[in-house]
Write a protein that binds this ligand. Structure first.
Ligand code: PLP
Length: 300
């Protein structure tokens, strides 16, 4: 993990209209097929810390469809570490695509009740099988200053100076916090939360930021399409059409909703003329595997 140096691709989108706005996409989805995009950058400092503390097992938390779970499993595997996933809720009769993928990367999964999950209680069986002193806990979603700083490093390069707006999908807000950390004074940072009623989100993002950066972002709360992992036929149609028109693949949980927001805002003349938008594609394409076959015209 420490030696990765991905060349980060930025694709210009050739818009038919409006012609006075520029839209480009930072393709973090191309960094790694599974530890895709933002998850890789959020995890890298945690994995380094685990290495420094000589801890051989990474433990983290997530739901049955969590990209963070599968990314942690794959990253642990690449770093030569063991991994444990603490999964919210009863063990399902049929494991999701995401859980199966995590298991394939060697992650051992433990299912706990929603009440225990809320408290982040680590079940006793974990300590029967693993030495507690060897376990490094990564917070749910990679939420934390280390996660945000890993994301901020992405934007250090001066080729990011030219953009007026940085836009991305928001779950825990760690990625957005990293973008705010890295943003130049002329740049606006915009996030589209995928959770409905994400009322505590702004505070959680501010908690990752130094005073002078707090509040220097906007959350647009009406692009969740009904809530986490909910989708409509209109969203699927949109995903297929932007793939067809711009060769831009998106996932239905995060990035499709956020790209939809970008187009919706452009149509509503939200951005002033001459704006140069950078949409940060955070990956997550593996999650499309839980859609019925044939729903999308592209593969993850
Ligand atoms: C996890 C995830 C996000 C959300 O990132 P946060 O840092 O938790 O806000 C966005 N997009 C994709 C594809 C993700 O998998």
């Amino acid at each position: 993990m420490t030696h990765f140096a991905p060349h980060l691709r930025i694709d210009k989108i050739n818009l038919d209209s409006p012609t006075d706005i520029d839209l480009s996409v930072l393709r973090l989805d191309l960094v790694h097929p599974v530890v895709s995009g933002n998850k890789w950058f959020k995890l890298k400092n945690y994995i380094e810390e685990a290495g420094l503390q000589q801890k051989e097992t990474l433990l983290t938390f997530g739901g049955a469809y969590s990209n963070h779970i599968v990314a942690t499993a794959a990253a642990a595997n690449l770093a030569g570490k063991q991994s444990i996933g603490i999964i919210r809720g009863e063990e399902p009769a049929q494991w999701s695509h995401t859980l199966l993928a995590a298991q394939q990367y060697g992650m051992q999964l433990f299912f706990i009740s929603r009440a225990d999950y809320r408290q982040k209680n680590i079940p006793a069986e974990v300590y029967q099988q693993y030495n507690q002193n060897n376990i490094f806990v990564i917070p749910e979603g990679g939420y934390g200053v280390s996660g945000a700083k890993g994301v901020a490093q992405v934007f250090a390069d001066e080729r990011f100076n030219e953009y007026s707006h940085l836009i991305t999908a928001v779950g825990s807000g760690t990625t957005l916090a990293g973008m705010v950390l890295a943003a130049r004074s002329h740049q606006q940072v915009i996030g589209t939360p995928v959770l409905k009623n994400a009322t505590s989100l702004a505070g959680e993002i501010n908690n990752l930021l130094p005073n002078e950066k707090q509040g220097r972002f906007q959350l647009l709360n009406h692009y969740h399409f009904g809530g986490y992992a909910k989708y409509s036929t209109a969203l699927i149609r949109f995903m297929n059409s932007i793939y067809q028109q711009y060769a831009l693949p998106t996932d239905f949980v995060y990035t499709a909703k956020s790209v939809f927001a970008v187009f919706d805002l452009m149509t509503a003349n939200y951005f002033e003329k001459g704006s140069k938008l950078l949409f940060v594609h955070t990956g997550g394409l593996q999650g499309n595997g839980s859609l019925p076959k044939g729903t999308l015209i592209f593969d993850a």
